[in-house]
Design a binder for this molecule. Structure first.
Ligand SMILES: [Zn+2]
Length: 190
């Protein structure tokens, strides 16, 4: 496990409790892991972390929609590091408003800025997911693309996210290959 920890290069850079995306602390017992990609071609993991800490990622707060006026998730991964923004014992705002994706899942964003290595980012993400599965007792079947969680009132309801691991906007061969990668690392932890 320690070799994998070293490979992941996990950094803690938490949004201070009581501010922005952690303004309201809502406890969570995670049952799922949700995978996203940022669709931001300029920002690496540290830039995303800074934006979260500055409260720069606002979202319209509305009944049945975003609950706190900010976006927040648990980890951002790029080709160099993985950064944790909030404890996995708190709910984020990254998936499906007041749905189960936010209430029960750990959110991971993969960076896709120009010049970064996608394969290195995906590999680091697969290792982080394996480690979280092990720590939290989450089965592979509960590792989901953002697509899995319908967003009531949004169009399209099922987002094409993470777009580069979906086929024509849906889970297919690429998503199965990613789960295979996660499972390979998970088995190495046993
Ligand atoms: Zn997403």
């Amino acid at each position: 496990m320690s070799a994998m920890m070293r490979d992941i290069r996990l950094k803690m850079d938490l949004v201070p409790r009581g501010t922005h995306g952690r303004k309201v602390v809502r406890p969570m017992s995670p049952r799922y892991i949700t995978i996203h990609s940022t669709q931001n071609w300029t920002a690496d993991a540290w830039r995303h972390s800074l934006a979260l800490k500055r409260g720069a990622l606002r979202a319209p707060k509305r009944r049945g929609g975003n609950r706190i006026g900010y976006l927040i998730w648990h980890f951002t991964v790029d080709d160099k590091v993985a950064i944790q923004h909030m404890p996995t014992s708190e709910q984020g705002e990254h998936a499906d408003f007041d749905g189960p994706g936010n209430r029960y899942s750990i959110g991971i964003e993969m960076c896709e800025h120009r010049g970064s290595s996608r394969s290195a980012t995906v590999e680091r993400t697969a290792k982080l997911v394996a480690l979280l599965m092990k720590k939290q007792g989450i089965p592979l079947n509960n590792v989901k693309p953002h697509y899995h969680w319908p967003r009531r009132g949004a169009s399209p309801q099922n987002k094409n996210c993470p777009h580069f691991l979906l086929d024509n906007g849906r889970p297919g061969a690429k998503w199965r290959a990613f789960l295979g990668q996660v499972n390979y690392h998970y088995r190495r932890l046993e």
